[in-house]
Design a protein around this ligand. Structure first.
Ligand SMILES: Cc1cc2nc3c(=O)[nH]c(=O)nc-3n(C[C@H](O)[C@H](O)[C@H](O)COP(=O)(O)OP(=O)(O)OC[C@H]3O[C@@H](n4cnc5c(N)ncnc54)[C@H](O)[C@@H]3O)c2cc1C
Length: 312
């Protein structure tokens, strides 16, 4: 038996926003439905009356390089992300994080917008995006049409499972800067063997090296779950960029800084706090070495068509 009264498939952002505005708290956006339908099963009383399916909106699954940015529509699926040559060249941490979400059936329908809007601090796609210092385009209803604004990714998170979007707002797109010369990024996670939804721990890192390829000039490290919202390990980033060289000592300092700054918790279904603490060591080491290796191979910027100058 259907749990909703109306299911709309708008083809423009303005139409979707107008439906959301009209039905306010009674309406919910649906994309792949892989989180929402399970939530609706779990919280029957709070089930929405109206579903607004955003996946038929023109351009919502696009990926393009334009005006100095890589832009992805919020409705892009994890399968589309994983198989995009442009994203493989510039955003391995995103293709790697989206490439391990669920199984192929989930990845074929589940979207990056849904992964972010669901607002879980360990969501894999979100952690990949955070390491790219991505921005999110929020579209909101107004009497004169859709209002669009670009915001830092972290600004939309309010707490576990809670975002800051108003009922008549939606995520329209994400954008981040293309990979610079001598820059590389990577993602890895630890998952329980029988786990299906969220990892024990996931880490994404992006680094840019100096001209000698020995020192880290710029670093971004995202870890989940390590707090109520997706977490930037800023002290670990600082430990790397203030080190004289990228060596074992710098990596150990970054690991210690991340372990101190992260708020890890015991989870009944996934892992203890102590295990997660240890796994920061394992994963951060792995991800940093992989990102630096890619940065060293990428001593010229990637081609605009997505071709990688050298294999990474
Ligand atoms: C078997 C299984 C395995 C999974 N494994 C993983 C995993 O390994 N890692 C992981 O991170 N996740 C996992 N998930 C969770 C889920 O698949 C992802 O979070 C997915 O990306 C959600 O996208 P969706 O399009 O299905 O979102 P939906 O379920 O359609 O929506 C999720 C939430 O986001 C809102 N929403 C959707 N699109 C927008 C938008 N454009 N603007 C504003 N709000 C929006 C919806 O209203 C809803 O609140 C798994 C799920 C299942 C069922």
């Amino acid at each position: 038996m259907a749990r909703w009264r109306a299911y709309h498939t708008p083809t423009t952002v303005a139409e979707a926003l107008s439906l959301l505005h009209q039905h306010k708290d009674k309406a919910r956006i649906i994309a792949g439905g892989t989180d929402l339908i399970l939530d609706m099963e779990a919280e029957h009383a709070a089930a929405p009356e109206v579903l607004v399916d955003v996946t038929k909106i023109s351009g919502i699954d696009r990926v393009a390089q334009e005006d100095g940015w890589i832009v992805l529509g919020a409705g892009i699926t994890h399968t589309q992300i994983e198989s995009s040559p442009l994203l493989r060249a510039h955003a391995r941490c995103l293709t790697e994080s989206c490439g391990v979400i669920g199984g192929p059936q989930v990845r074929n329908v589940a979207t990056l917008g849904g992964n972010v809007a669901h607002a879980l601090p360990a969501a894999d796609g979100t952690i990949g995006l955070l390491a790219l210092e991505a921005e999110v385009e929020v579209a909101g209803h107004s009497a004169r049409g859709a209002l669009h604004s670009w915001q830092p990714l972290l600004s939309i998170f309010a707490g576990p499972g809670r975002n800051r979007l108003a009922p008549d707002q939606m995520l329209h797109a994400f954008r981040f800067r293309p990979n610079a010369a001598r820059a590389g990024n990577a993602f890895d996670r630890i998952m329980r063997p029988q786990g299906v939804a969220l990892p024990v721990l996931g880490i994404a890192a992006r680094v840019r090296l100096d001209a000698t390829l020995r020192r880290v000039e710029d670093a971004v490290i995202a870890i989940g779950p390590a707090g109520p919202t997706p977490f930037r390990a800023t002290r670990a980033e600082e430990a790397l960029t203030t080190a004289k060289a990228f060596d074992d000592d710098a990596v150990e300092k970054a690991i210690a800084a991340a372990q101190t700054q992260a708020s890890l918790r015991n989870s009944k279904y996934r892992a203890s706090q102590a295990y997660r603490h240890e796994m920061i060591d394992v994963l951060l080491k792995r991800v940093l070495h992989s990102a630096v290796k890619r940065a060293r191979m990428n001593d010229a910027p990637a081609e605009p068509n997505g071709a990688q100058p050298k294999s990474a």
